[in-house]
Design a protein around this ligand. Structure first.
Ligand code: HEM
Length: 227
């Protein structure tokens, strides 16, 4: 006898997933083309100015996607920013379990909302470094010939350190995605009930049946459907 399929819970809407993956694509393009500009051993990739062109072209989606997110899904975008910067007593308790969580152990974790405390730190740091990498990038781009050697070195340092920070954050983010089998949320939009209960119990318990069946808040505009 086969066991029944796990019950699925809606987590991300199609527009959220599209924006996330376009963001990942443009970030990786910026990272690889940036490395080719930075490191002499990779200079052959920058021959003919191709890396510089790719780097500048990838800026557009990277910078415009958060604006698109805010325009298409203002409630979710605001939720993402406010939740990422709001920490509760449960979050502080969650951080005490962080060493075990890193090793894949979830016993005793305090119940979490839509984002767990680790995701809040990731998203908040991503937000801050996004601002610093974009601002320093525009200073480098449009300040050519006006910055002077010290100004240029300072802007380049902020730009490179922000990109390094974003890369470290991405490695941790991908590690936890696979450790806790969370990828489906950003691919199909749905996660298993077991995952939702284990990682986001307070969020799971707050969902109405319609919200659990259709992506978050979509119940306002779309008919609820069974996955
Ligand atoms: C291959 C690389 C990546 C994978 C596999 C991945 C995977 C995921 C997954 C599965 C989620 C949903 C987690 C949940 O259930 O809450 C998520 C959310 C998120 N990821 Fe990634 N991610 C990647 C790269 C990135 C990068 C490079 C950034 C930022 C520079 C990023 C920023 C975010 C943000 C801000 C969210 C929250 C989105 C929202 O709530 O709308 N991710 N990611």
């Amino acid at each position: 006898m086969t066991s029944p399929a796990p019950r699925l819970v809606a987590r991300y809407r199609p527009a959220q997933r599209l924006i996330h993956w376009l963001g990942v694509g443009s970030f990786l393009l910026l990272l690889l083309s940036g490395l080719a500009l930075l490191f002499p051993p990779l200079a052959f990739l920058a021959a003919g100015g191709l890396s510089r062109l790719i780097h500048r072209l990838a800026v557009a989606p990277f910078v415009l996607l958060p604006i698109l997110y805010a325009l298409l899904l203002p409630r979710q975008a605001l939720e993402l920013v406010t939740e990422s910067f709001t920490y509760t007593r449960d979050d502080l308790e969650w951080f005490k379990h962080m060493p075990a969580y890193v090793l894949g152990r979830t016993k005793g974790l305090p119940p979490q909302g839509r984002l767990n405390a680790g995701q809040k730190i990731h998203h908040a740091s991503t937000f801050l470094m996004f601002v610093s990498v974009a601002a320093s990038g525009f200073v480098l781009w449009f300040g050519v010939g006006r910055l002077g050697p010290t100004g240029h070195a300072l802007a380049a340092m902020v730009h490179d350190l922000s990109m390094l920070g974003l890369s470290v954050l991405m490695i941790g983010h991908v590690y936890f995605t696979f450790l806790y089998d969370a990828l489906s949320g950003m691919v199909t939009g749905f996660v298993t009930e077991q995952y939702a209960r284990m990682e986001h119990l307070r969020w799971f318990e707050s969902l109405t049946p319609a919200e659990a069946a259709a992506p978050a808040s979509a119940a306002e505009t779309e008919p609820a459907k069974e996955p």
